[in-house]
Design a protein around this ligand. Structure first.
Ligand SMILES: [Ca+2]
Ligand SMILES: [Ca+2]
Length: 300
């Protein structure tokens, strides 16, 4: 009921002024142009996540990155079943095994796996990268506070500080971190944005703010970005949410990432991270980031 009231309020505010909800820190309802996929784009790459294993010709696990924020990334948390990729978040009293330690410990300074929350990530780096086009993910978001799931794109040039995003930009097609706000409706929103010039003092970025999806912790929604030489155009369910071109648009091929993170630091889930709230699951509870497909199109 409260959710409906909030949506109705936001819709009324948007009639008065389309930017008003976000000025009041409320999510907005997607209301821009509809994506004309068929006539303007052709499919060039996809994964429907069929079968029962991850297609490693398309994806890999970043196995050297063991500790991640308030949890750990481990390939056992990534599975393929019922036509979906599933990234599960769960607590383990006994640390999971580092399958790569024996081979690589002389080369890589691994953080040790400990008791804590485990989740995962996959990437297409060096397997599939593309410049410009339309990039879309269809998914259900993990249901817990203190968690952050995302579909995003990266290029090594992101770390190059030159006052521009043209050499490479982190493009966050969507990030989910508002589950704590579900009770009053605003938790059904995701955020989209860009980052460039590294993550230190030179860091720059921009965001289109928060946008509502449809019951995203229970139902599939599509989250996409159209990327051309002038701008990024973000979409939810094929309806435009916003556009960005701050710092100039990346002119380099970018790879795709699907990831889940737990708020906290040094592998300990004890912190609120940019408004995620603290994780509220107990050992034995799990949350699933369920991805039906990722599809990439190029302009015709
Ligand atoms: Ca599928
Ligand atoms: Ca740069």
């Amino acid at each position: 009921m409260l959710v409906k009231i909030i949506r109705t309020l936001v819709a009324v505010l948007m009639v008065i002024s389309p930017a008003l909800p976000q000025k009041l820190s409320l999510p907005a309802i997607p209301s821009g142009q509809e994506l004309d996929l068929e006539s303007r784009f052709e499919l060039v790459w996809e994964d429907e996540f069929e079968g029962d294993t991850l297609d490693t010709t398309k994806w890999f696990y970043p196995w050297w990155e063991t500790e991640r924020k308030g949890g750990y990334w481990h390939e056992d948390m990534v599975s393929v079943k019922d036509g979906n990729l599933v990234i599960t978040t769960a607590y383990f009293d006994e640390p999971l095994e580092n399958y790569y330690y024996d081979t690589w410990h002389d080369t890589i300074d691994f953080n040790e796996y400990k008791a804590g929350w485990y989740t995962g990530c996959i990437e297409t780096r060096n397997k599939f990268e593309q410049c410009y086009g339309y990039f879309e993910c269809r998914c259900i978001l993990p249901k817990s506070t203190g968690m952050w799931s995302a579909f995003w794109m990266m290029n090594d040039g992101v770390s190059n500080v030159d006052g521009s995003g043209k050499d490479g930009t982190e493009v966050d097609v969507f990030e989910s971190m508002y589950y704590k706000d579900v009770w009053w409706g605003a938790g059904d929103a995701v955020i989209s944005g860009i980052h460039y010039d590294g993550y230190g003092e030179g860091h720059q970025g921009d965001s289109i703010g928060k946008w509502f999806a449809n019951n995203p912790y229970e139902e599939y929604n599509t989250y996409g970005v159209e990327w051309n030489e002038n701008e990024y155009i973000f979409y939810i369910n094929g309806v435009e949410t916003g556009r960005l071109s701050t710092g100039g648009v990346s002119q380099n091929p970018e790879y795709l990432i699907l990831s889940c993170e737990v708020a906290g630091e040094n592998g300990v889930a004890n912190a609120d991270r940019h408004g995620t709230g603290k994780i509220n699951m107990k050992p034995g509870d799990t949350a699933e980031f369920i991805v039906d497909y990722v599809k990439v199109y190029q302009y015709k």
